[in-house]
Design a protein around this ligand. Structure first.
Ligand SMILES: NC(=O)c1ccc[n+]([C@@H]2O[C@H](COP(=O)([O-])OP(=O)(O)OC[C@H]3O[C@@H](n4cnc5c(N)ncnc54)[C@H](O)[C@@H]3O)[C@@H](O)[C@H]2O)c1
Length: 253
């Protein structure tokens, strides 16, 4: 019960890494607010948690919309009385629409930025005051190895948003350390989630990717959830402003 008595918001918890974290956090004693744009997927995560004996509520949100993120924070306080953990997991990888900055439709650039960067701004903007009331907390942002290295096939909006999240993480960590609010960022490598499934159908692509991962496999959603669990728990109480790379060794090569 490493998260006993903690209340956590997890965005994009309807599937993939967010769902794995929601289920794991609840199993470890947290009360979870499942945020997702997809109501069916989000409610399914809540059902899984409840069937396993945990406690969770669903709050529909598009993280790119500030009012939705404010509602997410309100759902935590209204349902469970406080907020201790914000896990900013929601993100989109639209390889077809996210191309070079010289070619991209700027409406797509804005939408990707709203989801992959502004979502974290909005949840923190509304959530930090509640964390202060709770006496502190832990914020976990999800970056990407794409924030650490350029892509041979450009996905400029995604990479720029994820890169900006690194410095936002550090700024939040420094500003609110006095309030016992910690903020760290996880950089997942290639993870076996619905986000990657259609690309994984291409055997040449799959082989090329696997050749770059020393551990020789994609990560599983639970690999990232385990890292997030550590950062959400008091076991990481001396960690803030840090970047955690969980990529099977990809960035080491
Ligand atoms: N899968 C990977 O290989 C990989 C690698 C590096 C980083 N990441 C990052 O990890 C995070 C989770 O990715 P995943 O692989 O689990 O993705 P996924 O596509 O499998 O799941 C993402 C979830 O977010 C939800 N979502 C999408 N847009 C949303 C919005 N505007 N508001 C609220 N919810 C929204 C989706 O409905 C879905 O439930 C993302 O930030 C992603 O960029 C993933």
């Amino acid at each position: 019960m490493r998260l006993k008595d903690k209340v956590a918001i997890i965005t994009g918890a309807g599937m993939g890494q967010g769902r794995a974290a929601a289920v794991k956090f609840a199993k470890e004693g947290a009360k979870v607010v499942v945020g997702d744009i997809d109501a069916a997927a989000g409610n399914e995560t809540v059902d899984i948690i409840k069937k396993a004996g945990g406690d969770a509520v669903f709050s529909q949100c598009n993280v790119g919309v500030e009012e939705d993120c404010a509602k997410l924070v309100k759902a935590a306080v209204d349902s469970f009385g406080k907020l201790n953990v914000i896990y900013n997991n929601a993100g989109v990888l639209w390889k077809d629409k996210d191309v070079s900055l010289v070619d991209i439709d700027m409406k797509n650039w804005k939408t990707i930025t709203d989801i992959c960067l502004m979502g974290s701004v909005y949840t923190c903007r509304h959530g930090v005051p509640e964390m202060k009331k709770a006496g502190g907390g832990s914020i976990i942002n999800i970056g990407s190895i794409s924030a650490l290295t350029g892509s041979t096939i450009p996905q400029d909006a995604y990479n720029a948003a994820k890169g900006a999240l690194i410095i936002l993480t550090k700024s939040i960590a420094i500003q609110f350390a006095k309030d016992k609010i910690r903020c760290n960022i996880i950089h997942p490598g290639m993870i076996n989630t619905p986000m990657q499934h259609k690309y994984m159908q291409n055997p040449q692509w799959l082989k090329a990717v696997l050749d770059c991962i020393p551990l020789g496999r994609f990560g599983e959603p639970e690999d990232i959830a385990n890292a997030a669990l550590f950062l959400a728990s008091d076991e990481s109480s001396f960690m803030t402003g840090a970047e955690m790379v969980v990529d099977g060794g990809f960035m080491a090569t």
